[in-house]
Design a protein. Structure first.
Length: 408
């Protein structure tokens, strides 16, 4: 049962479908509340949207400062001549002003450029307002609360609503599959027009949340409190890493390049095998079998890179952009695994000999066996297109049998 919990947590962290950093804040807030609750004695069985909002404000508070290193780097750049095209376009004052703002934590953009995550803007606004009352009071949330109790209360309520409307009901959705592994709610929201995330539950409205006609409690599932407390030391740095990585990516900061330089799979480096694999697959996407132009074909790691840092040909296929992005970091289900394991060896071996690219057949297959053997049934797997399902016991057996047959 604990592997299922960890699998879900890792999947949640690596999922790319979030447009803001809210999920990281929400997870850390949940962990904090559980760890603190444990300290006050007694296990925590539920937390409220308000408690989460208060914690989330504490977490984002320091993020609303300007990022000093970016500012310094920009000053150096601007002192240099000639100006970079970006700075020339942006104009010096504008660029410096941007560098003085908080780092972006949202991928959404509007006509005038990229927009900031709502929660970050709201905190930054309150900090600015509080500074006008007392220049030192914006340093910490509790000082700001003392300086401007009404403004602070408004902030808590606004952040609470953003959390209730956005990350809280969406956190446990993978693809289109909603599978709670942390908490249950008494209400739901629309995932898309007319389609509730949890059909049968009342739809959340701000009024219902405020007047208490819908519960503001997240009921933790059995065992979740114990797991969050015992795993907090492992989860916290992991969440910090993912969060920083997303912010680095959103703000085009060099930290991201450093990490991908040290540990990442570079897409460019897979270029030499793209064409041979594409030819082997007859110019079709491995997963959906649609024709794909060589220029649109993407090399995909069948066992995701996050799980097995293996570039050997055995772990690579060519896929269309749709399949590649839908599959993302998900493990493939039987629909993709069985054809993949059944791929004729001769073509791959030939390609490996012709290009000098390693095949890594044994390593990939033995890892595959280890991974699928230790998965708990119920773990989300990719079934093709936007379809995400749960791994069944039969399916697991079928995959392991196929692997066993190949070993003989
Ligand atoms: Zn495809």
């Amino acid at each position: 049962m604990d592997t299922l919990f960890l699998e879900r947590m890792l999947l949640l962290l690596s999922q790319g479908s979030f447009t803001t950093t809210y999920k990281y804040a929400l997870l850390l807030a949940l962990i904090d509340l559980n760890v603190e609750g444990a300290g006050r004695g007694g296990p925590v069985s539920s937390v409220t949207t308000r408690q989460l909002a208060e914690r989330v404000i504490v977490l984002y508070w320091p993020h609303t400062r300007p990022y000093a290193r970016r500012r310094a780097a920009l000053r150096r750049l601007m002192a240099s001549r000639p100006l970079t095209p970006h700075l020339r376009r942006a104009g010096r004052p504008k660029a410096l002003q941007d560098a003085g703002r908080a780092l972006l934590q949202s991928t959404t953009s509007h006509k005038r450029g990229r927009s900031q995550a709502e929660i970050v803007s709201k905190i930054a606004d309150l900090r600015a307002a509080v500074r006008r009352i007392d220049p030192r009071a914006d340093r910490r949330p509790h000082l700001a609360q003392r300086a401007d109790p009404k403004g602070f209360e408004r902030l808590v309520r606004e952040v609470e609503w953003v959390l209730a409307e956005k990350p809280i009901p969406r956190l446990q959705v993978v693809g289109r599959l909603h599978e709670p592994f942390l908490y249950r709610l008494d209400w739901t929201i629309e995932q898309s027009k007319g389609r509730l995330i949890e059909p049968g539950l009342p739809k959340l409205t701000e009024r219902a949340l405020r007047d208490g006609s819908l519960s503001n409690a997240l009921t933790l599932l059995p065992g979740v409190h114990e797991r969050l407390v015992s795993l907090s030391a492992v989860l916290r740095p992991l969440i910090h890493r993912h969060w920083s990585d997303m912010v680095a990516r959103l703000n085009a900061l060099p930290e991201r390049h450093l990490e991908s330089f040290l540990f990442g799979a570079s897409r460019a480096s897979l270029a030499p095998v793209r064409e041979p694999l594409w030819s082997l697959q007859g110019g079709r996407c491995f997963y959906c079998a649609r024709r794909v132009a060589l220029s649109d074909a993407e090399v995909d790691h069948v066992l995701p890179w996050s799980r097995l840092a293996e570039d050997g040909l055995e772990n690579l296929v060519v896929a269309c952009a749709d399949c590649n992005s839908a599959k993302s970091d998900l493990l493939p289900g039987r629909e993709a695994v069985l054809p993949w394991l059944g791929r004729p060896a001769a073509g791959l071996t030939r390609t490996s000999e012709a290009t000098g690219w390693p095949l890594a057949r044994d390593r990939v297959r033995s890892t595959c066996a280890v991974v699928y053997r230790q998965l708990s049934p119920g773990v989300p797997v990719w079934r093709g297109g936007g379809d995400v399902g749960r791994l069944t016991e039969d399916e697991q057996r079928e995959i392991l049998t196929a692997l066993g047959r190949l070993e003989d």
